[in-house]
Design a protein around this ligand. Structure first.
Ligand code: ZN
Length: 597
């Protein structure tokens, strides 16, 4: 658990404009900055970043969030990793559980320096390996035999680690530098001897989205074990998240709006050599949700390309399971299977680009692959088999967030099983499909709570002017003053504002982060997104705020009056205490006065 106060401080030390600008160049436009959205393909910029609110929003696809949210979305990483990344940039150290709030500045500086040192060592090693490749007849012969030409080798930085034990000693001044071991380049054995991890291997550098080398994959040239050797996990490199070939594929991904996912580095390189530039690979692991999210952010269509054998089908099913939750309209996923025993490398070399692209274009849609696989596991000629089919589909359908796709699958499941769509939905316990929200109207007619919420989000210091009894209102429920979800959101918003240290008022983005993982999360981010589109005019804020408070205290009086009225009906006017009596009379007179308004 990362303490809330840490997140708040982290966001106050981070500038979202700098952060996003380091990934995609931003242009100033009025009070905000704009760019073409990295999360959907577009020609004119509708992605907007607000320095004031420390918040981004895309008017095209609706993506929005704080600096943390941006990192999560853009890099496909989790919350903790995004916080770690930002903390590294801000020179902050995430407090340990046992020393909450106590941060060791020196340690965090050391960590950041260590990360920079490793990054630099990786870059130097990559350059060294690339240089060695150009000098090694053996490596060149291998790549030639694989049909890889110089230009493609350069594009992917393909290198060669010579067949000696301490290659890198020639490149680095201090071979014993612990950074080389931390980078996974050099290994120390039990006798304390140092030697290179990669020897006599073709080297495939793995780049992150920024184009920095974060790891290497090494493949033996002749026979040998292991066939593939990867860098170990380091502070730079976490398997299961990285996609091979992403920076090289970026332009083609944008152009084709489709990503082809293959299994190996050589597949990506061979495809590129033959003009298929939009292929990427997972790094020797099964496809994870992080992979899928990362890709679906950049393109609308992902096609998984697997070998046609049993292992390929199993891997495809695993990919399907990991894609269900990330799939929202208009994103689509397909599965292409190569004729056994081909892999993409051998296929494209033997049959060329057109044949491969046809295979991708004719990929099996997710719905069909899902039904085909499930049906093949049950005997659907029997009633029991058909019922089992529906039962097995249930958990998968539940995870689908795309209503159209779900409907499509349910209908086809109906055809196959003989159940009606409704029966299937009921049997599988599927939640009703939410109606697509209508296009956003500029400032709808919000409830008073909702309006107040938006005002506070835009100008958090207003929270200090809320009267104390207001917080009772927010927690009490009555007929006259039902506590809608918004009142709870207002209350938690205020709590975050009050909890901020010193005089600092949290930014909109910081407030937003406080709702992450709570029931209010969506409400918060929708309100914040709208504030970027249609902020309150500064001059109107005071009037709006006072107006909202008046309406709330009016509602409060009405509630109190009704309570007293009920009591009077029950016990007569004499059943009231003296205090209640005078309150009652006051409310009667006031109530009359305010009827007109
Ligand atoms: Zn967008």
């Amino acid at each position: 658990m990362i303490p809330e106060s840490f997140i708040q401080e982290l966001l106050s030390r981070t500038d979202i404009v700098d952060l996003i600008d380091s990934y995609l160049p931003l242009k100033k436009a009025g009070a905000n900055y704009v760019a073409c959205c990295p999360f959907h393909s577009e020609k004119t910029p509708s992605f907007s970043v607000s320095p004031g609110k420390q918040f981004y929003h895309c008017f095209g696809c609706g993506a929005s969030g704080s600096a943390i949210g941006f990192l999560m979305e853009y890099s496909g990483i989790g919350f903790i990793d995004a916080v770690k990344d930002l903390a590294g940039r801000a020179g902050m150290r995430i407090p340990e559980d046992d020393a909450r709030g106590v941060r060791d500045e020196a340690q965090s500086r050391r960590d950041a320096q260590n990360l920079r040192d490793i990054t630099e060592a990786m870059a130097r090693a990559a350059k060294y390996y690339y240089g060695q490749m150009k000098r090694s007849e053996r490596a060149i012969a291998y790549l030639k035999a694989r049909g890889v030409e110089g230009e493609v080798a350069r594009k992917f930085g393909v290198g060669y680690a010579p067949d000696t034990w301490q290659n890198l000693d020639a490149e680095f001044e201090n071979y014993a530098d612990p950074v080389l071991q931390a980078a996974g380049l050099v290994i120390r054995n039990d006798q304390g001897q140092l030697y290179d991890r990669f020897r006599d291997r073709i080297i495939y550098p793995i780049f992150n989205q920024k184009g920095e080398v974060i790891a290497f994959g090494g493949r033996v040239i002749d026979a040998g074990e292991p066939k593939y050797l990867n860098s170990p996990e380091t502070p730079l490199f976490e398997k299961g998240r990285e996609v091979y070939g992403l920076p090289q594929a970026r332009a083609a991904l944008r152009e084709k709006n489709t990503a082809i996912v293959v299994e190996g580095y050589m597949d990506v390189i061979a495809l590129s050599q033959h003009g298929v530039e939009n292929a990427v690979a997972t790094l020797g692991t099964a496809t994870t949700e992080a992979h899928v999210r990362k890709l679906l952010r950049q393109v609308d269509r992902v096609v998984f390309c697997f070998d046609g054998d049993n292992a390929g089908r199993k891997a495809a099913w695993k990919a399907l399971e990991n894609v269900l939750e990330s799939l929202v309209e208009p994103k689509t996923v397909g599965f292409a299977f190569l004729p056994d025993p081909e892999d993409p490398d051998s296929f494209v070399r033997a049959r060329g680009k057109d044949a491969f692209e046809r295979l991708i274009a004719q990929a099996t849609p997710l719905s069909e692959f899902l039904l085909r696989e499930l049906s093949s596991r049950e005997d659907i000629s029997s009633a029991e088999g058909r019922a089992a089919l529906v039962s097995k589909a249930g958990p998968l359908l539940k995870r689908l967030r795309s209503p159209l796709l779900r409907l499509q699958i349910v209908r086809r499941l109906g055809d196959a099983s003989g159940f009606t769509a409704q029966e299937i939905e009921r049997h599988c316990g599927l939640p009703p499909i939410a109606q697509a929200s209508p296009a956003r109207a500029p400032r709808r007619n919000y409830s008073v709570w909702n309006r107040l919420f938006r005002l506070l989000l835009q100008k958090p210091e207003l929270a200090f002017r809320l009267p104390p009894e207001f917080f009772e209102d927010a927690s009490e429920v009555s007929e006259a003053l039902p506590a809608p979800p918004e009142s709870g959101a207002v209350k938690s918003l205020c709590e975050t504002i009050f909890a901020a240290k010193g005089d600092a008022v949290p930014s909109c983005a910081a407030l937003l982060e406080s709702a992450r993982g709570t029931a209010n999360e969506i409400f918060f981010s929708e309100a914040a997104a709208e504030l970027i589109a249609v902020p309150f005019v500064e001059d109107d804020i005071e009037t709006e705020f006072v107006g909202a408070l008046e309406r709330l205290s009016e509602a409060r009086r009405k509630r109190d009056f009704e309570a007293l009225q009920k009591k009077v009906a029950r016990t007569g006017i004499n059943g009231l205490s003296t205090e209640e009596k005078s309150e009652y009379l006051k409310l009667i007179t006031r109530g009359k006065g305010s009827k007109e308004s």
